[in-house]
Ligand binder design. Structure first.
Ligand SMILES: NC(=O)c1ccc[n+]([C@@H]2O[C@H](COP(=O)([O-])OP(=O)(O)OC[C@H]3O[C@@H](n4cnc5c(N)ncnc54)[C@H](O)[C@@H]3O)[C@@H](O)[C@H]2O)c1
Length: 267
């Protein structure tokens, strides 16, 4: 992150909720000067002003970056209320809203769409980015470095991939949390105390995720390593991997519904 550039010209963050707040924490931890950040949010959390960040105050005339982290449904009103971006790089984390919509609001501006996820709050997010025609290599590098404050960044070849990314990794943590909920509930139904079942389910998801990341490659190989012939896992997987009623078709429907909603939000 080019801190000198950002600290000199300033960064404006519109929307400081879960995602905007996680990003702000990441930037400050990386050395962005609190005085260089200007948050616009009618409900900004108290810690933001306590850290010395400007909240709903006067904005710099020529900020380096404008980050948009409000809900997509209110993006139209927010864009209408903001002035020109002047020479700022515009970075938006909103689901659905297209580069073309930002291009209409900020003619000629370099715009980057970014889709992070909530593990950003602990620096373990994964973010996909894609820029408009005005976003040159320097703009994409700056956007990438901003998002790397909260985890890894991947670049997309085409904006059309963004709704699928949103449906897989943007929304994905919610699917995984629901997996933990349902695995714990099933354990409780088999007679375990609820808190023990939740501990077992959470630790299993965390450990399996860490193992998959460390090993890389095909997760089917890791699944097979758990599965003894005619054993307990095979019995469980016969339900989970049923081609009609198992997880495969369910996750396919889940991701398709999320991606379709992303496309709707972009209308
Ligand atoms: N939470 C996620 O998992 C996640 C993941 C990826 C992307 N996103 C995107 O991030 C964006 C924000 O989501 P979130 O989960 O942080 O929501 P959030 O509700 O936690 O935060 C939104 C913030 O915007 C503020 N706000 C409302 N009206 C405003 C206005 N007119 N001007 C300035 N600020 C205003 C709210 O007070 C709130 O603090 C969304 O566009 C969402 O698509 C969220």
């Amino acid at each position: 992150m080019d801190l000198a550039h950002l600290n000199r010209r300033g960064l404006v963050l519109v929307g400081c909720g879960r995602m905007g707040g996680a990003l702000l924490q990441g930037w400050l931890a990386r050395g962005l000067a609190p005085g260089a950040v200007h948050v616009i949010d009618p409900n900004a959390p108290a810690w933001v002003a306590e850290r010395g960040v400007s909240v709903n105050g006067a904005l710099p005339a020529d900020p380096a970056v404008l980050v948009l982290a409000v809900k997509p449904q209110m993006m139209g009103d927010v864009l209408a209320g903001l002035g020109a971006a002047s020479g700022a790089l515009v970075v938006s984390v909103a689901a659905g809203v297209t580069l073309a919509a930002y291009g209409r609001a900020f003619p000629g501006a370099a715009v980057v769409r970014a889709m992070p996820n909530t593990p950003a709050a602990i620096g373990q997010g994964i973010t996909a980015i894609v820029g408009n025609a005005q976003a040159d290599a320097a703009a994409l590098d700056l956007a990438q470095s901003l998002m790397e404050a909260v985890g890894r960044v991947v670049r997309l070849g085409d904006e059309s991939q963004m709704d699928a990314v949103t449906a897989v990794s943007g929304s994905g943590p919610a699917y995984v949390f629901h997996l933990i909920e349902t695995l714990a509930a099933a354990g409780a139904a088999e007679g375990l105390p609820a808190d023990l079942a939740l501990d077992l389910a959470s630790a299993t998801v965390a450990g399996a995720g860490a193992l998959a990341m460390q090993e890389g490659g095909d997760p089917a190989r890791l699944r097979e390593a758990v599965t003894s012939p005619a054993g307990t896992t095979a019995a469980g997987l016969s339900q989970l991997m049923d081609p009609e009623t198992g997880l495969g078709p369910l996750i396919a429907r889940t991701v398709a519904a999320a991606a379709a909603r992303g496309r709707e939000l972009g209308q």
